[in-house]
Design a protein around this ligand. Structure first.
Ligand SMILES: *[C@@H]1O[C@H](CO)[C@@H](O)[C@H](O)[C@H]1NC(C)=O
Ligand SMILES: *[C@@H]1O[C@H](CO)[C@@H](O)[C@H](O)[C@H]1NC(C)=O
Ligand SMILES: *[C@@H]1O[C@H](CO)[C@@H](O)[C@H](O)[C@H]1NC(C)=O
Length: 446
């Protein structure tokens, strides 16, 4: 028998995915440049995977932040590769919006007439701007009709992940913090995997929820080490936190140097139907979410962001279940439909949600032998209030009648309030709202 010596060619890849932060942004600019040795075999496997997930575009738009936005024909999008979606007919619109909302299907984002509202949380004197948009729009080119904008994944994006399998996935050990047991109150999971939260939540096994909404202020928290992140999001959950089949739909903004190679806040989505194990992924990095909008790219940077004691920018996110068809839709900003998670993807969420959470999450890897200085929200504690602390306002729930209404009772939870905290309240303009966040490492958070 002939023994074949396997010769592995080593390539030296010089990767320049530095945080090319706009100079105006935060003080610490991280350097994500890494030297990596990878085998030709691995490079081939990565390229094969990328060929599967990056569909051939009709047009590619270069964003000033370095992203490539591929305009892919709607019917060529990755979602439709999902075995359960072989004969899926793309839904153009949900059969109904939640009651009390105007439909804004597409293309109208920039004729938004209501860009500034004088709503101040506690103080009633702050300015909130709603004219939040995405950085790639500055290119000026738009995706043609019938296509959807998709952030292209590159080799270096994959190389920052722990493995090809892990690219776009959550850490497999990661489970949400508010876990419901038989006790009326959720347990707080020990933050064994280094994930820390400051969240508000509502739900009980007897309550049927069909969606959730909030407006979330957008900041650019600093991240201490590359594999940490800071996010602010809505979770729509169903199933058991202890079981293997928790269903979760998530959306918000996140700063993740590992996923994106920079420290910009980006619009993101996530889903799983098996407790973060094999199914699901971030954004459009696996088959699942079907995009219908031609202007909003999931995973693209949000711009501008809020500044301390300056303009506050927030994004509205609504996730709800189409009462007739069963798909879970997402809308962004002023009721602009982004797309949907087909009902086929889920088990428990094929019915309804049993818990909704809103808030922030960071990873504390203690890589320097102390608590991370990765910030949550604006990096300021809830007590600092409007213009300084990050917020979620107008927390709403969709009920069984497809009606959106202010959340009546929420509980809040933070593992270590010396690091990150949360304070909820109610006002006429902001309904149920909260401030949250913090700096992480400080004398009280060693
Ligand atoms: C980033 O790191 C690389 C490799 O360690 C180094 O050569 C480069 O000078 C660094 N760049 C900056 C801006 O610090
Ligand atoms: C817009 O994208 C096109 C196509 O990728 C590129 O050639 C062009 O330089 C970009 N324009 C700007 C202003 O970034
Ligand atoms: C936008 O608002 C202005 C001032 O309130 C109003 O005059 C104008 O008609 C509005 N435009 C649209 C397109 O609704």
């Amino acid at each position: 028998m002939v023994m074949h010596m396997k010769i592995i060619f080593l390539y030296l890849c010089f990767l320049y995915f530095m945080a090319e932060s706009s100079s105006s942004s935060s003080s610490t600019i991280q350097n994500y440049t890494r030297y990596k040795q990878i085998s030709s075999l691995r490079l081939e496997r990565i390229n094969n995977h990328l060929e599967n997930i990056n569909k051939v575009p009709v047009l590619t738009i270069e964003s000033p932040d370095g992203d490539l936005i591929d305009c892919v024909h709607k019917r060529k999008q990755l979602a439709l590769d999902h075995p359960l979606l072989k004969n899926h007919k793309i839904q153009k619109m949900p059969s109904e919006m939640p009651r009390g909302m105007k439909v804004k299907s597409e293309q109208n984002g920039d004729s938004n007439n209501n860009t500034e509202t004088n709503v101040g949380g506690g103080e009633g004197k702050g300015r909130v701007r709603r004219d939040v948009w995405q950085m790639w729009h500055r290119n000026g080119t738009r995706c043609p009709k019938g296509t959807v904008p998709i952030r292209r994944s590159m080799v270096h994006d994959v190389l920052r992940a722990k493995s090809l399998y892990d690219y776009g996935k959550k850490q497999r050990t990661q489970i949400p913090v508010a876990r419901r047991s038989n006790a009326p109150e959720p347990d707080i999971l020990s933050a064994g995997n280094g994930h820390e939260h400051a969240i508000a939540y509502t739900g009980s096994s007897s309550q049927e929820m069909y969606g959730a909404k909030a407006s979330i202020s957008v900041w650019d928290p600093s991240i201490e080490v590359m594999n940490e992140f800071s996010l602010s999001q809505i979770w729509v959950l169903s199933g058991s936190f202890d079981g293997p089949d928790l269903n979760s739909i998530e959306a918000g903004w996140q700063v993740s140097p590992e996923l994106y190679g920079d420290t910009r806040p980006r619009l993101f989505t996530y889903w799983t139907s098996d407790s973060y194990q094999a199914t699901g992924c971030y954004n459009l990095l696996c088959a699942g979410f079907i995009q219908t909008n031609s202007k909003i790219a999931i995973g693209a940077a949000i711009s501008p962001v809020s500044s301390y004691a300056g303009n506050q920018y927030d994004i509205s996110i609504l996730i709800w279940k189409d009462p007739k068809v069963g798909n879970w839709w997402m809308s962004f900003g002023d009721n602009t439909l982004v797309g949907y998670w087909p009902a086929e993807l889920f088990t428990h969420l094929a019915g309804h949600a049993t818990m909704v959470e809103w808030g922030g999450e960071v990873v504390n890897s203690r890589s320097n032998g102390r608590h991370t200085s990765t910030q949550m929200g604006s990096g300021h504690f809830a007590e600092d209030g409007f213009g300084k602390a990050s917020y979620f306002r107008n927390l709403e729930i969709v009920d069984i009648d497809n009606t959106l209404s202010s959340v009546q009772s929420i509980s809040t939870l933070a593992e270590n309030t010396n690091c990150y905290d949360i304070q909820s309240s109610y006002s006429n303009e902001w309904g149920t709202y909260f401030y949250y966040g913090g700096p992480g490492n400080n004398p009280q958070c060693p």
